[in-house]
Design a protein around this ligand. Structure first.
Ligand code: C2E
Ligand code: SIN
Ligand code: FE
Length: 373
């Protein structure tokens, strides 16, 4: 008995060209359906599968609930990446089994709530940077691929590519990766080898797809041709590598790295928008629609004078997120934190601009959106 549409798909995509239906076991085909071509049947199945995926897409969680699950997924993913890097250092091939499962889980988490895991993965200490950076880029790639309307298969591939993009750093000595200051020329030259080194590791691991190998090799290319290793120009860089460049840099500059403190998420988006020649404009626009102009965790000043932290994006408008206000600039006094939905306050209050937490001396802004840890 066929019990699921997926089983039917398996048969349709196999080399089996004809089947007998034993009508004593179940239903016959609908009268009139016998004359359908394979293509027509496939089309019907596709339509029905689409209906099924749509249904799973609407099973959403609240930010609060998803943060709990996302934290567990992040921890397990980080452990898997640590293991993967240590295998790579020993010259072993990359096993995709566990990674595939984790990427599926990350993709599901982002389905349930688009910003929970992405916001969490941004928070990392300098010494865990390399590992959690891979997890963060994986999550950003998945969300961006969906925003670009790619099929779920490609969304999954984008996630794998994100998780593997910096695997070449396994060949760079920790003393260089974790050097607190600027790199000298020789050190930077060695770092600039990490795309090729990663590519070699992935090619040896025969089941890693061409798409992931391409992102690994070309995530440091820039559309003006000034990137490395190949100085590719514009559309010579594949769509996935252009996506990788945006996700990689956003997570790098919003994180505390061994060599530099991170910038706030809204400030980072603002800076990236001003850089000429690095990113593909359309991919960057889609990225902004993914994380927001004021991503979760941004400190913003409202026209009313209140300061707040963005805790949730609005589904369609980038300018009216939910904000937790906690401080009045006019009286310079803290107030009882309160969530306001700017989409419901149009004409009353709105974001006047982003603010620097350092300037105001605020620490632990994360607590306002992720709760105490
Ligand atoms: P990463 O830290 O993961 O950074 C990835 C990319 O994000 C960088 O590639 C760069 O395009 C962008 N990025 C990161 N921080 C900044 C920043 O402060 N300003 C701007 N404009 N862009 C930034 P890039 O430059 O090719 O560096 C590749 C890797 O080399 C970095 O990966 C990091 O591991 C290492 N690296 C680069 N500069 C330094 C440094 O001064 N000290 C140390 N210890 N490592 C460095
Ligand atoms: C079937 O479910 O067996 C035929 C497809 C359909 O109902 O359209
Ligand atoms: Fe890199």
């Amino acid at each position: 008995m066929l019990s699921s549409e997926q089983d039917l798909m398996k048969i349709l995509s196999s080399s089996v060209s004809q089947v007998w239906i034993d009508t004593s076991k179940g239903l016959d085909v609908r009268p009139g359906a016998v004359g359908l071509s394979l293509k027509e049947v496939q089309q019907q199945v596709d339509e029905r599968l689409e209906g099924i995926t749509d249904k799973t897409a609407v099973v959403r969680s609240s930010m609060e609930d998803e943060l709990v699950t996302a934290l567990r997924i992040c921890e397990r993913s980080k452990a898997a990446v640590v293991k993967m890097f240590s295998h790579a250092r020993m010259g072993a091939v990359i096993e995709l089994g566990e990674i595939d499962t984790l990427v599926d889980e990350i993709a599901c988490s982002i389905h349930r709530h688009p910003n929970a895991l992405i916001s969490l993965a941004r928070l990392k200490t300098a010494d865990e940077y390399t590992y959690l950076h891979s997890v963060a880029v994986c999550a950003l790639m998945i969300a961006l691929a969906r925003k670009l309307g790619l099929s779920e298969d490609l969304v999954h591939e984008a996630g794998i590519a994100g998780l593997l993009h910096d695997i070449g750093k396994a060949t760079v000595p920790d003393a260089i990766l974790n050097k607190p200051g600027k790199l000298d020329d020789a050190e930077f030259e060695l770092i600039r080898q990490h795309p090729q080194a990663g590519c070699e590791i992935l090619v040896l691991s025969r089941h890693v797809s061409a798409l992931a190998v391409d992102v690994c090799l070309h995530h440091h290319e820039k559309v003006d041709g000034s990137g490395y290793p190949s100085k590719l120009f514009g559309e010579q860089i594949s769509l996935f590598a252009r996506m990788g460049a945006v996700c990689d840099v956003y997570d790098a500059i919003t994180s505390d790295r061994p060599y530099k403190k991170g910038w706030g998420p809204a400030e980072s988006i603002h800076k990236m928008a001003e850089w000429q020649g690095h990113f593909d404009e359309n991919v960057f626009k889609a990225f902004v629609r993914t994380v927001g102009i004021y991503p979760v965790g941004s400190l913003v000043r409202l026209e009313s004078g209140a300061l707040g932290v963005v805790i949730e994006q609005h589904e369609r408008s980038l300018l009216t997120p939910k904000v937790k206000v906690f401080f009045m600039t006019k009286s310079r006094t803290p107030i009882m934190p309160k969530v306001i939905d700017l989409a419901k306050l149009i004409g009353t209050d709105r974001i006047a601009g982003r603010e620097s937490p350092e300037k105001w001396g605020f620490r632990n802004l994360e607590e306002l959106w992720r709760g105490p840890t």
